[in-house]
Design a protein around this ligand. Sequence first.
Ligand code: RP5
Length: 267
Amino acid sequence: MRKHILMDLPTFVHTKCRDTSKVYLRSKNIFRQFVPDELVKWEKPFPDYNPPDYTSENLRGKPWADSENLDEMRWNELDGKINRVSHITKYRIENKRPQNPFGRTGLQGRGTLGRWGPNHAADPIVSRFYNGKLQFIAIERGDTGEMAIPGGMVDPGEDVNETLKREFTEEALDGIDDKTLEELWKTGAELYRGYVDDHRNTDNAWMETVVVNFHDDKGILNEVKFKAGSDAKNVRWLTISPSECLKLYASHEHFIRLFAERHNIHL
Ligand code: RP5
Protein backbone atom coordinates (compact mmCIF):
# COMPACT_ATOMS: atom_id res chain seq x y z
CA MET A 1 0.00 0.00 0.00
CA ARG A 2 1.27 3.50 -0.79
CA LYS A 3 1.83 5.83 2.11
CA HIS A 4 1.91 9.62 1.82
CA ILE A 5 3.35 11.70 4.62
CA LEU A 6 3.65 15.43 4.24
CA MET A 7 5.76 17.62 6.45
CA ASP A 8 3.25 19.52 8.52
CA LEU A 9 2.89 22.95 6.91
CA PRO A 10 1.79 24.97 9.98
CA THR A 11 4.48 23.71 12.36
CA PHE A 12 7.54 22.66 10.33
CA VAL A 13 10.32 25.30 10.33
CA HIS A 14 13.06 24.86 7.73
CA THR A 15 16.62 25.32 8.97
CA LYS A 16 19.12 24.06 6.38
CA CYS A 17 18.04 26.74 3.91
CA ARG A 18 18.53 29.49 6.52
CA ASP A 19 22.17 28.78 7.29
CA THR A 20 23.98 32.13 7.41
CA SER A 21 27.36 30.65 8.38
CA LYS A 22 28.33 29.65 4.83
CA VAL A 23 28.46 31.44 1.51
CA TYR A 24 25.56 30.32 -0.75
CA LEU A 25 26.49 27.30 -2.87
CA ARG A 26 28.90 28.14 -5.72
CA SER A 27 28.47 31.89 -5.23
CA LYS A 28 31.44 34.13 -4.45
CA ASN A 29 29.98 36.34 -1.76
CA ILE A 30 26.26 35.72 -1.31
CA PHE A 31 25.20 35.26 2.30
CA ARG A 32 21.62 34.84 3.46
CA GLN A 33 19.94 37.39 5.69
CA PHE A 34 19.43 35.96 9.18
CA VAL A 35 15.83 34.88 9.78
CA PRO A 36 15.00 33.92 13.38
CA ASP A 37 12.75 30.87 13.87
CA GLU A 38 9.82 32.98 14.99
CA LEU A 39 9.92 35.13 11.83
CA VAL A 40 10.10 32.34 9.23
CA LYS A 41 6.37 32.29 8.47
CA TRP A 42 5.28 34.95 6.00
CA GLU A 43 2.37 35.99 8.23
CA LYS A 44 4.79 37.28 10.87
CA PRO A 45 5.68 40.95 10.24
CA PHE A 46 9.42 41.44 9.56
CA PRO A 47 9.84 45.08 8.43
CA ASP A 48 13.64 44.79 8.08
CA TYR A 49 13.40 41.79 5.78
CA ASN A 50 15.32 42.67 2.61
CA PRO A 51 17.38 39.62 1.60
CA PRO A 52 19.88 39.50 -1.28
CA ASP A 53 18.38 38.68 -4.68
CA TYR A 54 20.52 36.00 -6.30
CA THR A 55 20.06 33.83 -9.37
CA SER A 56 23.19 32.02 -10.54
CA GLU A 57 24.59 33.17 -13.89
CA ASN A 58 25.29 29.51 -14.65
CA LEU A 59 21.56 28.91 -15.18
CA ARG A 60 21.41 31.26 -18.14
CA GLY A 61 20.59 29.40 -21.38
CA LYS A 62 20.57 25.95 -19.74
CA PRO A 63 17.89 23.74 -21.37
CA TRP A 64 16.83 22.38 -17.95
CA ALA A 65 16.43 25.83 -16.39
CA ASP A 66 13.71 28.49 -16.54
CA SER A 67 14.23 31.86 -18.17
CA GLU A 68 13.88 35.19 -16.37
CA ASN A 69 10.63 35.91 -18.21
CA LEU A 70 8.15 35.10 -15.45
CA ASP A 71 5.17 36.42 -17.41
CA GLU A 72 5.17 33.36 -19.65
CA MET A 73 5.04 30.79 -16.82
CA ARG A 74 1.89 28.96 -15.78
CA TRP A 75 2.04 28.64 -12.02
CA ASN A 76 0.42 25.83 -10.01
CA GLU A 77 -0.23 23.78 -13.14
CA LEU A 78 1.42 21.65 -15.74
CA ASP A 79 3.22 24.16 -17.96
CA GLY A 80 3.80 22.21 -21.16
CA LYS A 81 5.99 19.37 -19.91
CA ILE A 82 7.21 21.26 -16.83
CA ASN A 83 5.43 20.34 -13.64
CA ARG A 84 4.84 23.56 -11.66
CA VAL A 85 2.33 21.90 -9.33
CA SER A 86 3.48 21.64 -5.70
CA HIS A 87 2.97 18.40 -3.75
CA ILE A 88 2.27 20.56 -0.71
CA THR A 89 -0.13 23.37 -1.50
CA LYS A 90 -1.26 25.92 -4.04
CA TYR A 91 1.59 28.41 -3.59
CA ARG A 92 1.16 32.18 -3.75
CA ILE A 93 2.62 34.52 -6.35
CA GLU A 94 4.13 37.73 -4.92
CA ASN A 95 5.69 40.36 -7.22
CA LYS A 96 5.34 37.88 -10.09
CA ARG A 97 7.41 35.25 -8.24
CA PRO A 98 6.26 32.03 -6.51
CA GLN A 99 6.52 32.26 -2.72
CA ASN A 100 8.12 29.45 -0.72
CA PRO A 101 5.18 27.89 1.21
CA PHE A 102 7.43 27.12 4.19
CA GLY A 103 8.39 30.76 4.67
CA ARG A 104 11.42 33.03 4.56
CA THR A 105 14.88 31.69 3.72
CA GLY A 106 16.94 34.89 3.80
CA LEU A 107 17.51 34.81 0.03
CA GLN A 108 15.38 35.92 -2.94
CA GLY A 109 15.76 34.78 -6.53
CA ARG A 110 16.39 31.23 -7.70
CA GLY A 111 19.88 30.68 -6.31
CA THR A 112 21.25 27.66 -8.16
CA LEU A 113 17.88 25.95 -8.67
CA GLY A 114 16.71 25.52 -12.24
CA ARG A 115 13.02 26.28 -11.70
CA TRP A 116 11.09 29.07 -10.07
CA GLY A 117 8.68 27.54 -7.56
CA PRO A 118 8.84 23.78 -6.97
CA ASN A 119 11.84 21.84 -8.28
CA HIS A 120 10.75 18.21 -8.37
CA ALA A 121 13.08 15.41 -7.34
CA ALA A 122 12.82 11.70 -6.54
CA ASP A 123 14.73 9.75 -3.88
CA PRO A 124 15.11 5.95 -4.07
CA ILE A 125 15.96 4.14 -0.81
CA VAL A 126 17.38 0.80 -1.92
CA SER A 127 17.68 -1.43 1.12
CA ARG A 128 18.36 -4.85 2.63
CA PHE A 129 18.93 -6.60 5.95
CA TYR A 130 22.56 -7.73 6.32
CA ASN A 131 23.67 -9.71 9.39
CA GLY A 132 20.42 -8.60 11.01
CA LYS A 133 21.12 -4.90 10.38
CA LEU A 134 19.07 -2.64 8.14
CA GLN A 135 21.15 -0.98 5.40
CA PHE A 136 20.54 1.31 2.43
CA ILE A 137 22.64 2.45 -0.49
CA ALA A 138 24.03 5.94 0.17
CA ILE A 139 26.27 8.21 -1.84
CA GLU A 140 28.75 10.82 -0.76
CA ARG A 141 27.66 13.92 -2.67
CA GLY A 142 30.22 15.65 -4.84
CA ASP A 143 28.90 19.15 -4.04
CA THR A 144 28.62 19.18 -0.22
CA GLY A 145 30.51 16.01 0.74
CA GLU A 146 27.52 14.84 2.81
CA MET A 147 26.12 11.32 2.74
CA ALA A 148 22.77 11.20 0.93
CA ILE A 149 20.12 9.06 -0.73
CA PRO A 150 21.07 8.84 -4.45
CA GLY A 151 18.19 11.03 -5.66
CA GLY A 152 17.89 13.56 -8.45
CA MET A 153 15.66 15.84 -10.48
CA VAL A 154 12.59 14.74 -12.40
CA ASP A 155 13.07 15.65 -16.08
CA PRO A 156 10.24 17.49 -17.89
CA GLY A 157 7.54 14.98 -18.86
CA GLU A 158 9.27 12.15 -16.97
CA ASP A 159 7.31 9.76 -14.76
CA VAL A 160 8.63 9.77 -11.16
CA ASN A 161 9.10 5.99 -11.23
CA GLU A 162 11.38 6.43 -14.20
CA THR A 163 13.35 9.15 -12.37
CA LEU A 164 13.85 6.89 -9.34
CA LYS A 165 15.38 4.18 -11.48
CA ARG A 166 17.39 6.52 -13.72
CA GLU A 167 18.89 8.48 -10.82
CA PHE A 168 19.83 5.34 -8.92
CA THR A 169 21.45 3.92 -12.05
CA GLU A 170 23.37 7.16 -12.75
CA GLU A 171 24.56 7.81 -9.20
CA ALA A 172 25.03 4.38 -7.64
CA LEU A 173 25.74 2.18 -10.69
CA ASP A 174 27.70 4.74 -12.74
CA GLY A 175 25.05 4.57 -15.49
CA ILE A 176 25.18 0.80 -16.04
CA ASP A 177 21.61 -0.49 -16.18
CA ASP A 178 21.69 -3.72 -14.16
CA LYS A 179 18.88 -5.97 -15.37
CA THR A 180 18.96 -7.99 -12.15
CA LEU A 181 17.35 -4.98 -10.49
CA GLU A 182 14.15 -5.20 -12.61
CA GLU A 183 12.52 -7.38 -9.94
CA LEU A 184 13.47 -4.91 -7.21
CA TRP A 185 11.90 -1.92 -9.01
CA LYS A 186 8.51 -3.63 -8.66
CA THR A 187 8.70 -3.55 -4.85
CA GLY A 188 8.44 0.25 -4.45
CA ALA A 189 6.65 1.57 -1.36
CA GLU A 190 6.18 5.31 -1.18
CA LEU A 191 7.27 6.85 2.14
CA TYR A 192 7.06 10.59 1.59
CA ARG A 193 5.93 13.24 -0.86
CA GLY A 194 6.54 16.91 -0.11
CA TYR A 195 9.01 19.64 0.75
CA VAL A 196 12.77 19.18 1.19
CA ASP A 197 14.72 21.46 3.52
CA ASP A 198 17.51 21.76 0.95
CA HIS A 199 20.38 24.22 1.41
CA ARG A 200 19.69 25.61 -2.11
CA ASN A 201 16.10 26.70 -1.37
CA THR A 202 15.19 30.35 -1.61
CA ASP A 203 12.10 32.49 -1.06
CA ASN A 204 11.09 31.82 -4.67
CA ALA A 205 12.43 28.35 -5.52
CA TRP A 206 12.48 25.17 -3.46
CA MET A 207 12.98 21.41 -3.62
CA GLU A 208 10.16 18.86 -3.36
CA THR A 209 10.52 15.12 -3.61
CA VAL A 210 8.90 11.70 -3.68
CA VAL A 211 10.72 9.09 -1.57
CA VAL A 212 10.25 5.41 -2.41
CA ASN A 213 11.71 2.38 -0.64
CA PHE A 214 12.83 -0.60 -2.74
CA HIS A 215 13.57 -3.33 -0.24
CA ASP A 216 15.43 -6.47 -1.25
CA ASP A 217 14.39 -9.51 0.76
CA LYS A 218 15.53 -12.00 -1.90
CA GLY A 219 19.27 -11.29 -2.00
CA ILE A 220 19.05 -9.69 -5.47
CA LEU A 221 21.50 -6.97 -4.45
CA ASN A 222 24.25 -9.24 -3.16
CA GLU A 223 25.78 -9.61 -6.63
CA VAL A 224 25.25 -6.04 -7.84
CA LYS A 225 28.40 -3.99 -8.46
CA PHE A 226 27.89 -0.48 -7.10
CA LYS A 227 30.02 2.34 -8.46
CA ALA A 228 29.69 6.09 -7.84
CA GLY A 229 28.50 8.15 -10.83
CA SER A 230 29.76 11.60 -11.81
CA ASP A 231 27.78 13.56 -9.14
CA ALA A 232 28.96 11.27 -6.33
CA LYS A 233 32.39 10.79 -4.75
CA ASN A 234 31.57 7.45 -3.22
CA VAL A 235 28.79 4.87 -2.86
CA ARG A 236 28.32 2.34 -0.07
CA TRP A 237 25.89 0.48 2.16
CA LEU A 238 25.04 2.58 5.19
CA THR A 239 23.86 0.72 8.29
CA ILE A 240 20.95 2.30 10.09
CA SER A 241 22.21 3.62 13.40
CA PRO A 242 21.59 6.94 15.13
CA SER A 243 25.27 7.94 14.88
CA GLU A 244 25.53 7.68 11.07
CA CYS A 245 22.04 8.24 9.74
CA LEU A 246 21.37 11.41 11.60
CA LYS A 247 23.95 13.40 9.65
CA LEU A 248 22.60 13.28 6.12
CA TYR A 249 22.05 15.79 3.32
CA ALA A 250 18.98 18.10 3.29
CA SER A 251 15.87 16.36 4.76
CA HIS A 252 17.26 12.87 4.13
CA GLU A 253 17.49 12.19 7.88
CA HIS A 254 13.72 12.61 8.08
CA PHE A 255 13.21 10.24 5.14
CA ILE A 256 15.53 7.65 6.72
CA ARG A 257 13.54 7.78 9.95
CA LEU A 258 10.37 7.03 7.97
CA PHE A 259 12.19 4.21 6.20
CA ALA A 260 13.49 2.77 9.49
CA GLU A 261 9.97 2.89 10.98
CA ARG A 262 8.66 0.95 8.00
CA HIS A 263 11.08 -1.80 9.02
CA ASN A 264 10.19 -1.47 12.72
CA ILE A 265 13.36 0.32 13.75
CA HIS A 266 12.86 3.49 15.77
CA LEU A 267 15.79 5.90 15.66
C1 RP5 B 1 17.35 16.95 -2.55
O1 RP5 B 1 18.20 17.16 -3.66
C2 RP5 B 1 16.41 15.84 -2.98
O2 RP5 B 1 15.94 15.14 -1.85
C3 RP5 B 1 17.29 15.01 -3.89
O3 RP5 B 1 17.97 14.03 -3.16
C4 RP5 B 1 18.31 15.99 -4.43
C5 RP5 B 1 18.14 16.32 -5.90
O4 RP5 B 1 19.08 17.28 -6.30
P1 RP5 B 1 20.40 16.91 -7.12
O5 RP5 B 1 21.01 15.69 -6.46
O6 RP5 B 1 19.96 16.59 -8.52
O7 RP5 B 1 21.28 18.09 -7.00
O8 RP5 B 1 16.66 18.10 -2.24
